[in-house]
Ligand binder design. Structure first.
Ligand SMILES: Nc1ncnc2c1ncn2[C@@H]1O[C@H](COP(=O)(O)OP(=O)(O)O)[C@@H](O)[C@H]1O
Ligand SMILES: Cc1cn([C@H]2C[C@H](O)[C@@H](COP(=O)(O)O)O2)c(=O)[nH]c1=O
Length: 238
């Protein structure tokens, strides 16, 4: 085969490729982004996620919010903050089912995907990679970095190396009002996943976490009154 034939054939083939595809045949998208919001319960993770998704929507971008179907606390079809702010969402058992359920055409024109309760999605890493790296989506992930024993929770920390930004939020310790970095479970249930709100959990500072959690035979704490005046603070923004 002559080199001029090869050259003209490549040139013909490239000319026949539409502008939204690369020579390998895959679609070219704007660069995606991944933003991760972590912290203990009541730190304002969902509030920050909703703020971001609403502001993207107000700027004319197509947005969708997904939460885990495991969490049925406040509503099935809405993400709801602890102080009652709501946004409609898809409630799903896993993330791999999202594209197919949402529909390929609708997915194609989607700009921003918000994920709440990210600790409950085992396929978070693969989903974020595909959505941001291949499909050009902005993905905003909100979830607990640690469980009630301060162990890494689900796949949330796995997406840190993929992320553009990490925001760690803090709450206020319910016992002394200092910054709270951890979530204390007030019952003696030991399974990792236990859906609940202020009836089961409270945000605490290091000192109160150590005093209350680390004791082996910790007495069960009484359910406390819900406080809504907790101020939210960012500990670290990268
Ligand atoms: N112990 C609590 N019980 C109920 N609501 C609380 C409590 N502590 C804080 N809040 C409220 O929760 C809001 C944060 O809610 P949210 O964004 O859902 O937090 P996160 O998603 O981090 O759990 C705070 O602005 C505060 O008003
Ligand atoms: C610490 C901890 C929490 N959970 C559950 C409790 C709630 O249903 C969610 C966290 O919700 P939030 O929006 O961050 O307030 O997670 C759990 O299953 N196991 C735990 O150790």
């Amino acid at each position: 085969m002559s080199s001029s034939f090869v050259k003209s054939s490549i040139s013909r083939n490239l000319n026949s490729i539409s502008t939204d595809a690369d020579p390998m045949g895959s679609a070219i998208h704007d660069s995606g982004e991944i933003h991760v919001i972590i912290g203990p319960m009541f730190a304002g993770k969902t509030t920050a996620l909703l703020r971001r998704v609403k502001s993207e929507s107000d700027s004319g971008r197509n947005v969708v919010l997904i939460k885990s179907s495991k969490d049925t606390r406040y509503a099935i079809d809405a993400v709801v903050t602890h102080d009652g702010v709501k946004f409609p969402c898809w409630s799903l058992p896993d993330l791999k089912s999202f594209k197919q359920k949402f529909g390929d055409d609708a997915y194609e024109v989607l700009d921003v995907i918000g994920i709440d309760e990210a600790q409950f999605f085992d396929d978070l890493y693969d989903f974020c990679c595909e959505a941001a790296d291949l499909d050009g989506k902005t993905v905003v992930v909100a979830g607990l970095d640690g469980d009630y024993l301060r162990r890494s929770f689900g796949s949330v920390l796995e997406v840190v190396p993929l992320a553009d930004t990490i925001t760690k939020l803090t709450a206020r310790c319910e016992l002394c009002r200092k910054r709270a970095f951890f979530t204390l479970r007030k019952t003696q249930e030991t399974k990792t996943e236990l859906i609940g709100g202020a009836d089961v959990y409270m945000p605490v500072c290091r000192q109160h976490y150590v005093n209350l959690q680390v004791e082996a035979a910790r007495p069960v704490l009484k359910p406390h009154t819900v406080k809504t005046d907790v101020s939210l603070e960012e500990a670290v923004v990268v």
